[in-house]
Structures are given as C-alpha cells and as structure tokens.
Design a protein around this ligand. Structure first.
Ligand SMILES: *[C@@H]1O[C@H](CO)[C@@H](O)[C@H](O)[C@H]1NC(C)=O
Ligand SMILES: *[C@@H]1O[C@H](CO)[C@@H](O)[C@H](O)[C@H]1NC(C)=O
Ligand SMILES: *[C@@H]1O[C@H](CO)[C@@H](O)[C@H](O)[C@H]1NC(C)=O
Ligand SMILES: *[C@@H]1O[C@H](CO)[C@@H](O)[C@H](O)[C@H]1NC(C)=O
Length: 622
C-alpha cells in the first residue's frame, strides 16, 4: 500500500493545538512562528482561520517576513516580497473577519485599510467604556488600571476559562491599554477617564482624534490637559460633547493644544484640524469669545473645521467669532454653528463691507476664503439676519454648502437672498447644496426661487424646501425645476396634495432624462396621485436611487401602480430604496409576494408599513 497522507482529523487536531498555543504568545511558541509560516498555504490558511484575536495578534506580531526582506536583499527578493504581501493581505482579511464577527453592526460604517488597527481600536474602546461605567456607578476608590474587564469581552479575544494567574494578568484594563494601545488613534473618553492615571494607560497610543464627554470639573479639565499634551504631536481632532466649558476651562484646554508646539519651533504651530463643541455650555454670560478660542483660531493655520453646535453661544459670542475669523484670514472650510440662538450675529457685515469689496468678492486679508460649508440651522434667524447673510457672502467666495433651515426668515428674508443664489451677483457661484427647510416660506417666494435657481451656472445639486407650507401651487415651478441638473430634492411636508402631484405628472410628459438621484416627497397628503406621479417619474429618472414617499395618505391600490412602475423601470432604473411607510394598509398575500420580488443585494427595496393587524400591539405602547 502507498503511504497515505495523515488523516485530516489529525491535522485539525494539530492545528487546533497550535492555535491554542499561540493564544498566550509564550516564548517557545513565538520561536517556532517562522517555521509555521513555512507551512503549505492551505494549512496556514486553515490555522489563521482558527486563531482567536489574541492568538492572531501574536502570530501577526512575529511574522518573520519583514526581517527577511530587510536583511537580505540579494536573495530572490521578488518572491519574498510577493509572498509577504499576499500573506499580509490574508492577515488583513483575517482581521476583517474577526471584526465582523464581533461588531456586525459596525462593519458597514467603516472602511479601514488596516483591520487589525480597527479591531484593537474598537476593542480598547469597549474596555474603556466598560471601565468608565464601573468607575462611575460604584463609589470607586481603586486604580482604573486594576479594573477587571468583563468575561464577555475577554471571551471575544480568546480568553476562556482562564486560570487564576492568567486572569490576574489578562483581565486588567491596564493590560489591554498597554498591549494594544499602539494600534489605537481614535478614542471616546468619559469624563471619569480624563485623569492623570489615564495618561499612563494611554501612553502607547498615538491619538489623532479624541472625543470627550461630560467634562465638568476642574480635575477633569486638568486630566484632559495632560492627555492633550501627551498626544499633541499627533492630535488633529478634538470633540467635546455635553461638557460645561467655563471660560477658564476652555482657555486652559485650548492653551494646552496651542502651547507645546508653539514654543518648540516658533514657526511650527499646533496641528489641530477639527474642533467641535456640541451640546455643551459655556457657563453663564459669555459676552465675548474666550481668549483660548481666539488664540487657537489665530495661530491655527491647520484648523479646517470648527463646530460649535447646540451650545447656546449667543449673539455676541458668534459675532466675535466672525470678527476673529475674518481678521485672521482663516483657513476654516467647515463652520457649523447650528442650534445656538445667534440671531443678530451677522449685523456687522451690513455696513462694514465697502462696495468695491462686495464686487470683487475677495477682501484682502479679511475673508473666509476657504469656507465651503456653513451651517446656521436652528438659530432663530430672521429676515434681517438673512439680509446680512447676503452681505456676508462677499467674504465667502467658495461657499458650496449652506444650511439655514429651521430659521423663521420668512418670504422677506429669502427675497434678500435669491439674487445671490440666482447668481446675478458673482457671489455664491459655487453653491451646490442649499437647505431651506422650515423657514416659514410661502409658495410665492419659493416659486420665484425655483425659477431663478437654474440660472446658477448648473452648480446646484441639492435643494431642500421641506417643511414649508407651500401648497399645490408650487407644483408648476417644482416641475420645471425637476428638469434642471438637480440631483437631490427634499420636498417633504410642503402640502402638495393630490392636485399638486397631478400637475407634476402633467409636467413630466417631456421626453427628457432627469438627473435626479434622491427625492423626498413624503408627508404631502398626495393620495393615489403620489403613486401615479412616481409611475411617471421612475422611467424618466434612470439615476434615481432613493425615493421617500412615506406618509402620503396613499390607499393600498397605490402599491400595485408603484410596483408595476418599478418592474417596468427596472431594466433602465436602479431604485434601491423606496420608503412607503406611514400608510394604513392591510395586505393581501398577492401584494406581499409582489413586494418581495424587489430586492437589491438581499435587501428589500420597498420599505412598507407594517399592516394594521401586526401594528396593533405597537399602538398600545405608552
Ligand atoms: C479583579 O478581580 C480580582 C480577582 O477576581 C479581584 O481580586 C480584584 O479585586 C478585582 N479588581 C477590581 C478592581 O474589582
Ligand atoms: C461655474 O461653475 C464652475 C464650477 O462648476 C466654476 O469653476 C466657475 O467659476 C463658475 N462660473 C461662474 C461665472 O461663476
Ligand atoms: C422619509 O421621510 C420621513 C420624513 O417625512 C423621515 O422621517 C424618514 O426617516 C424618511 N425615510 C428614510 C428612509 O430616510
Ligand atoms: C427625506 O427623506 C430622506 C431619505 O429618503 C431623508 O434623508 C431626509 O431626512 C428626509 N427629509 C425630511 C425633512 O425628513
């Protein structure tokens, strides 16, 4: 008899044994890792697929190829390189699989190039969140470093039924911080973690992005300053959420961002690019811009995004902010001041602008040249503010994205702005996205807007006029507007009614391809005319992927109109999401099966209301 290959169960046994041995990364095992890498690739792949994260960590860490390549260039380099690369790639895939197994919900939200980094970053975040919870709920006296990480987290990375001495070593927060920290560059930290001790725990990290929550005491501010100092070489993004930043707190914190790098080389300023303060408070009566923020903005050549949202800035704060940004000729490209009650903050733009500047639209040394995105949503801005905003456009020659939703600027306010949006002055010539949701606008002014916008150089790609009570009389202008190069249109809650949808249908008779990609016509009480409109729209808009037609008082007969339109348009069109929720429908089995035939990548295209029979129990929820 010919000698047979060893039975596969034996191989499996060996591989499992090896995989277990790798878990703790003891010296003897590390020593044979180079030999393991010489295994035939199918065995190696099998082994890799059985490794727990902690075992793969050792296996990856001691991968021998790097050294071979670096030490010996004379050997057949190309094959080594090739093999190294392909193995490397395999390990990255292995990390990706482990990530997906543990955080299936997160996998679609990120696209890292280095999955091992992503894995340990998320792992350490889990550990820190857990530790923060423990430290916050119990009257915690001990050291953060000694907090025991839960069995469930330990099990994820491969630690099951640890012996006591192993548990002592591997369960501590400090182990996880120090062991995996070098892979970690983004963290979210609860206030309790902003302490001197954390500086020691995070010393291996090279933090680029820090999100801190609920900073409220001077101890936390001091702890955070130490962390900021520790990572000032790498830190580019700092975000505060639910913090109380009294002026002296903010000054201390921002000084610690600026200080270090400034005295090192006079020219090298700090590298912070994003500062964000969200849902926080600056304490009582902030009349002006805190000096820390002022000096940060003045020294910050690298700062490109500033978000101060939902933090009750007040008019004077915001006014001082604009003055500072103008006087330093800032490089900010994203400025987000949403939800702040800053009505009046643009008043100084009114007369200060000399007319020659308004015309040349670039103030010398005094502009927000790079500003692309401006968000002023929810600030109780009124018509005067809208007028001043028009003057302010002179300083923002590159504005692409403007959101002034949720401000009662009313018709008069929008009338001031239309000439800018319509490109009759050379300002706003790059505007691509405009949001005017819930601005108390009427049909008259919106008709005017819609008919003026197309003049704008074809740059406008996205418009929202949602939540303004416009009525069906806007349908004519809206229909004409649809045939401009607009790609995203939000016309939710504008009360189009059946007559509006009927008029829109009649306007779609032209043999013309629309550029539309996303449309929201929800909450318009359109009844069955909504469905008829869609059945005309779909064949004419081949690029349409996202349609929101929810809450339109459609009867269930609409469903067959829409589904036959979908079927018809399927060959040309590619609608991926069609929201029909918010209707009171009782399905017949035929309708249900009709709907299941529309699927994309395994996901249903139609979002349907739950039938009233199944919805009934939900209604009883308090
Ligand atoms: C962690 O677990 C060990 C062993 O069970 C225990 O002795 C220690 O007190 C725990 N540490 C903390 C901070 O609870
Ligand atoms: C028209 O738009 C392009 C970008 O698409 C821009 O480069 C150009 O300056 C604009 N022209 C005018 C007159 O605003
Ligand atoms: C459709 O629009 C409604 C508002 O009318 C909104 O609540 C809903 O989230 C939107 N659907 C999708 C899928 O975004
Ligand atoms: C309209 O629907 C889109 C998704 O289809 C959603 O992103 C948007 O927020 C909705 N608009 C409103 C005003 O709810």
């Amino acid at each position: 008899m010919v000698e047979e290959a060893p039975p596969s169960s034996l191989i499996t046994l060996c591989i499992d044994h090896l995989a277990n041995q790798l878990l703790f990364g003891e010296d003897e095992v590390i020593a044979i890792i180079p030999v393991i890498y010489e295994l035939p690739s199918h065995l190696l792949d099998d082994l890799i697929s059985r490794l727990t994260p902690h075992a793969l960590y050792h296996f990856h860490l001691h991968m021998p190829f790097q050294d071979v390549n670096e030490e010996d260039f004379s050997r057949d380099d190309s094959t080594n390189n090739k093999r190294k690369r392909s193995r490397d790639w395999n390990l990255n895939t292995a990390w990706q699989k482990l990530f997906e197994l543990r955080w299936p919900d997160l996998i679609n939200q990120i696209q890292p190039s280095d999955w091992q980094k992503a894995y340990w970053e998320a792992h350490l975040q889990n550990c820190l969140d857990e530790a923060a919870e423990i430290a916050l709920i119990s009257p915690f006296k001990g050291r953060l470093a000694d907090i025991n990480i839960s069995e469930s987290i330990l099990r994820h990375i491969g630690f099951v039924r640890l012996a006591e001495h192993e548990y002592d070593k591997y369960s501590k927060l400090s182990y996880h911080c120090l062991q995996f920290g070098s892979h970690v560059s983004c963290l979210r930290l609860q206030n309790i973690l902003c302490s001197a001790e954390t500086t020691r725990l995070l010393r291996e990290c090279k933090l680029q992005s820090m999100v801190v929550r609920c900073i409220r005491s001077v101890e936390q501010v001091n702890g955070l300053c130490r962390l900021i100092n520790q990572h000032s070489r790498t830190l580019t993004s700092l975000e505060f959420i639910h913090c109380t930043l009294y002026e002296n707190f903010l000054n201390t914190l921002l000084d610690s961002v600026v200080r270090k790098s400034v005295h090192k080389y006079a020219l090298q300023k700090h590298g912070l690019q994003h500062l964000s303060i969200v849902s926080s408070s600056f304490g009582p009566c902030t009349g002006s811009l805190p000096t820390g923020l002022q000096s940060l903005l003045s020294s910050a050549r690298s700062m490109c995004s500033l978000k101060l949202c939902g933090s009750r800035l007040g008019r004077n704060f915001a006014k001082a902010l604009f003055v500072t940004l103008l006087s330093v000729s800032s490089c900010i490209s994203v400025l987000d001041l949403a939800e702040n009650e800053i009505s009046g903050c643009l008043s100084h733009f009114n007369r200060r602008v000399p007319s020659y500047l308004r015309e040349s639209h670039i103030g010398i040394g005094e502009s927000l040249q790079l500003l692309r995105v401006l968000n002023l949503r929810g600030n109780n801005l009124r018509k005067d503010d809208a007028e001043n905003l028009g003057y302010a456009f002179a300083y923002m020659p590159n504005l692409e994205d403007l959101d002034i939703s949720d401000n009662p600027i009313e018709d008069e306010g929008l009338r001031y702005l239309i000439p800018y949006f319509a490109g009759t002055s050379e300002m706003c010539s790059r505007l691509a996205c405009l949001k005017l949701e819930a601005c108390d606008l009427s049909c008259d002014v919106v008709n005017h807007l819609l008919d003026s916008l197309p003049v704008l150089n074809g740059t406008l790609k996205s418009l929202s006029i949602a939540e303004n009570c416009l009525g069906s009389k806007v349908a004519g202008a809206l229909g004409r507007f649809l045939s401009t190069p607009i790609e995203v249109l939000d016309a939710s809650g504008i009360d189009l009614l059946p007559s509006g949808f009927l008029e829109l249908q009649n306007m779609l008779t032209i043999e013309e391809e629309l550029s539309l990609v996303i449309i929201n016509i929800s909450k318009n009480r359109g009844g069955i005319q909504t469905a008829r409109f869609l059945s005309k729209l779909l064949p004419q808009a081949p690029r349409l992927v996202d349609v929101n037609a929810s809450s339109n008082c459609m009867p269930i007969e609409s469903l067959s109109i829409i589904s036959s339109a979908l079927k018809f348009a399927k060959a040309a069109g590619n609608v991926l999401n069609l929201d029909l929720t918010g209707h009171d429908w009782d399905y017949t089995p035929e309708l249900t099966s009709l709907c299941t035939e529309f699927v994309h990548n395994g996901k249903p295209i139609l979002m349907l209301p739950v039938s009233s029979a199944t919805a009934a129990p939900i209604d009883h929820d308090p």
